[in-house]
Every structure is written in structure tokens, then in C-alpha cells.
Design a protein around this ligand. Structure first.
Ligand SMILES: *[C@@H]1O[C@H](CO)[C@@H](O)[C@H](O)[C@H]1NC(C)=O
Ligand SMILES: *[C@@H]1O[C@H](CO)[C@@H](O)[C@H](O)[C@H]1NC(C)=O
Ligand SMILES: *[C@@H]1O[C@H](CO)[C@@H](O)[C@H](O)[C@H]1NC(C)=O
Ligand SMILES: *[C@@H]1O[C@H](CO)[C@@H](O)[C@H](O)[C@H]1NC(C)=O
Ligand SMILES: *[C@@H]1O[C@H](CO)[C@@H](O)[C@H](O)[C@H]1NC(C)=O
Ligand SMILES: *[C@@H]1O[C@H](CO)[C@@H](O)[C@H](O)[C@H]1NC(C)=O
Length: 342
């Protein structure tokens, strides 16, 4: 990294020197470049050593509630992208992370919140593309590119990213290749942010409604999974799915098992578990995530508008059936737990 910086500095300065300048001028420029190089180098080294020190002393104070693990101190990562120069930010370490979640759990909203931070690049659902997840070689290659900051899309904030990641659904090769992925996370110091919904019944309604809209295209013939407009949210929420009562409990159980398994598989990675409902009710919880990624605290914003609000009874066509089916089961709390919306 230090070498690269010196080289760049040399190139820039020499380019500016007219071709036929006398030797003396060249020597002065060269000397100047060398002094610059040494200075940058010393600053770099100083920053690296102080940030390491801070990590150690603040650890207990920063994260009292996170699991104490040998991976608790994430590896400091200074990517050297092949496609651009990190310029003055080359000395800032970058935290690698992955948001691990399930469809319709609020991860899109959560990711837009994170991306509103000036130092976060979260590239979205990179593994929705089947080729990228077809085998572990492909997965690792994709992750390497992302964590080296060589991935480009609208979320890229190249030079001064301090945290870089993606949104990864459990069914996008993550569970199928969990052993290798956990190894990769631990070797490369990737932190996992689990985002789950507490109320899986609400998630189910969102899944059914979204899947209905894929064909129905309620918004003037366009299918939208997320919206920025309250008016559109209202239209999308008008559709009330009928839930197949026979499949209800097996489906909830399967989702619960998947969640439990994911937590088990990734238990020895550095991770934090965040619940959508908690974030909706208390935005301050987001600051826990920023602390976990060791990012400067900032207000985070998203333009996304929630689609399904208010009481569950009004969101399902056959609510009485659903209610009766869940009563007296371990999932009964799903029918009662409504939460306040802002
Ligand atoms: C992995 O998947 C990629 C993309 O689908 C493919 O090109 C490659 O041949 C596969 N490699 C192995 C070892 O199967
Ligand atoms: C965050 O980004 C700003 C602006 O690009 C930059 O000045 C700052 O150094 C970055 N912070 C970190 C911690 O990388
Ligand atoms: C659908 O199109 C009409 C006419 O262009 C417009 O007035 C209306 O707002 C649109 N509705 C939505 C949900 O986009
Ligand atoms: C509910 O799902 C079961 C199993 O797939 C199916 O046999 C049944 O016809 C479905 N019921 C309704 C009302 O769609
Ligand atoms: C994760 O590991 C901790 C400590 O080893 C253990 O107490 C906890 O039950 C594990 N959690 C899961 C979900 O496996
Ligand atoms: C909101 O979350 C923060 C951070 O987790 C916590 O300290 C605070 O007590 C919570 N506030 C309420 C009202 O629950």
C-alpha cells in the first residue's frame, strides 16, 4: 500500500514536469517526491498502530452485549483495489460485512439505511444471480471482488468506504455452502449481521402479497417489491392474501428451523443479531450496528415506505381460520404481537 502511494506520487509529479526541463529541476522534484513519500508512509504507520491500540482498549466498553469470541477483534483490512486508487483513504481500514437475512424481512430497507452512511458500501443482493452462487469457487471469487472494493454499482462509495458488504439471503447458496463460507468469513474477518423478523406470520403475508403482485402488477402494470410512496404502499396493501391453513404451521416451523440452523452454522463467526421489529420501534438500535461495524455514528435515512401496517386481522382474507389454527400452538404470539408504527 505504502509503495503504491509513493509510485503514484512520483508519477503525478513527473507528469507535470515539462519534458525538456533541466536536470536540477528533475532532481528537486524527485527529492520532494521522496520527502512526500516518507511523510505519507509515517502517517500511515502511525494511523495503523493507533487504530489497533484503540480496538484493544475499547473492546469491553464498545460491545458488552456481543458474544465474546476469538474473532471479536476483526482483522484490519486495507484493500488495494485493482480498478482505482483509494487515494488519501488508503490508510483507513475497511470492515467487511454481510447482511444475512430472508426475503421480505426488511433487509432492503435496512440496507438503504446503512447505505445512507457516507462510509458504507453495501452492494445489494449480489447472489440473486445464480451463476455467482453456483459453486463455492464462484462464491469466493465474487466475495473477493466485493471485499477488495472492485465491485461497482450504485452503492459503491469507493475511496472512503470504511465498511463494505452485501445482502445475502439464506437460500442463495449460503446454507448450502455454509462450511466454506464460515471459513472464508473467519479467515478474512467478515462480520455477519443477521437480520430476522420476529413475527414470521407477518413475513408470510408479505411474501404472499409480493408474489401475487409479480403477476397482478397492481401499480399501473408494474411490479414493485418496495416503494417510496405512501400512495403506492396503500395500493399494494389492499390485496389481502388467503393463507392455506394446512400449510401454515409446517411453513412457520420450516422457517424457524432454517433461522436456527443459520445461527448455529455461523455461531463462531463475529456476528450480531438484529430484529426488524426492534429497528422499526427503536431506530437507536441502528447505532448498535454502526458500533458493531466500528463506524462513526451518523443519522441514517431511507426513503422506503412500509407496505403492510397496522393490525394483522385486516391483512388476511381468511383471518378467522388463521387465528383458530394458531391458537394454542407455539406460534400463537404471532397473532397477538402487533407493534406500534411510527
Ligand atoms: C462454478 O460455476 C461457474 C459459473 O457458473 C462455472 O463457470 C465454473 O465452471 C464452475 N466451477 C466448478 C469447479 O464447478
Ligand atoms: C468517511 O468518508 C469521509 C468522506 O469521504 C472521509 O473523509 C472519512 O475519512 C471517512 N471515514 C472513515 C472512517 O473512513
Ligand atoms: C397510474 O397512472 C395514472 C395515470 O397516468 C396516475 O394518475 C396514477 O397516479 C398512477 N398510479 C400509480 C399507483 O402509479
Ligand atoms: C393447501 O395446500 C395443500 C398442500 O399443498 C393442498 O393440497 C390444498 O389444496 C391447499 N388448500 C387450498 C385451499 O388451496
Ligand atoms: C453459540 O455458541 C454459544 C457458546 O459456545 C452457545 O452458548 C450458544 O448456544 C450457541 N448458539 C447457537 C445458536 O448454536
Ligand atoms: C433503543 O435502543 C437503544 C440501543 O439498543 C437502547 O439503549 C434504548 O434503551 C432503546 N430505547 C427504548 C425506548 O427501548
Amino acid at each position: 500500500m505504502v509503495d503504491d502511494l509513493n509510485n503514484n506520487k512520483d508519477d503525478n509529479l513527473i507528469v507535470k514536469v515539462p519534458k525538456k526541463s533541466p536536470l536540477v529541476v528533475r532532481m528537486v522534484v524527485l527529492a520532494f517526491a521522496m520527502v512526500c513519500g516518507v511523510y505519507i508512509c509515517s502517517i500511515c504507520l502511525k494511523q495503523i498502530s493507533t487504530s489497533t491500540k484503540v480496538k484493544f482498549t475499547n473492546l469491553e466498553f464498545l460491545e458488552p452485549s456481543f458474544p465474546k469470541l476469538k474473532h471479536e477483534i476483526p482483522k484490519l483490512h486495507y484493500p488495494k483495489p485493482e480498478t482505482f486508487s483509494r487515494a488519501e483513504c488508503a490508510c483507513n481500514p475497511v470492515r467487511d460485512f454481510a447482511i444475512l437475512s430472508m426475503q421480505r424481512s426488511g433487509s432492503g430497507w435496512f440496507e438503504t439505511l446503512l447505505n445512507s452512511h457516507i462510509n458504507v458500501s453495501s452492494y445489494g443482493e449480489i447472489f440473486s444471480n445464480k451463476d455467482r452462487r453456483s459453486n463455492i469457487t464462484s462464491i469466493v471469487k465474487t466475495l473477493d471482488t466485493i471485499y477488495n472494493l472492485d465491485w461497482f454499482n450504485s452503492a459503491s462509495k469507493n475511496e472512503c468506504s470504511a465498511a463494505v458488504g452485501l445482502k445475502w439471503m439464506l437460500n442463495q447458496g449460503l446454507m448450502a455452502n455454509h462450511k466454506e463460507i464460515v471459513d472464508y468469513f473467519n479467515q478474512n474477518g467478515v462480520s455477519a449481521i443477521f437480520l430476522f423478523r420476529r413475527n414470521l406470520l407477518r413475513r408470510m403475508i408479505s411474501v404472499l402479497a409480493n408474489s401475487y403482485d409479480r403477476d397482478a402488477k397492481l401499480l399501473n402494470g408494474t411490479h414493485k417489491s418496495h416503494t417510496h410512496s405512501p400512495h403506492e404502499a396503500e395500493i399494494l396493501a389492499k390485496y389481502k392474501p388467503t393463507i392455506n391453513a394446512t400449510l401454515l404451521i409446517p411453513t412457520l416451523k420450516k422457517e424457524e428451523d432454517t433461522t436456527r440452523k443459520a445461527l448455529e452454522y455461523f455461531n463462531n463467526t463475529r456476528h450480531i443479531i438484529v430484529y426488524y421489529e426492534d429497528l422499526v420501534q427503536n431506530r437507536t438500535k441502528l447505532m448498535d450496528v454502526l458500533r458493531f461495524l466500528r463506524l462513526p455514528q451518523r443519522e441514517l435515512k431511507s426513503r422506503q415506505v412500509k407496505i403492510h401496517k397496522g393490525s394483522l386481522a385486516e391483512q388476511v382474507a381468511n383471518w378467522d381460520d388463521v387465528h383458530n389454527f394458531l391458537k394454542g400452538t407455539p406460534y400463537e404470539n404471532f397473532i397477538h404481537s402487533d407493534y406500534a408504527m411510527q
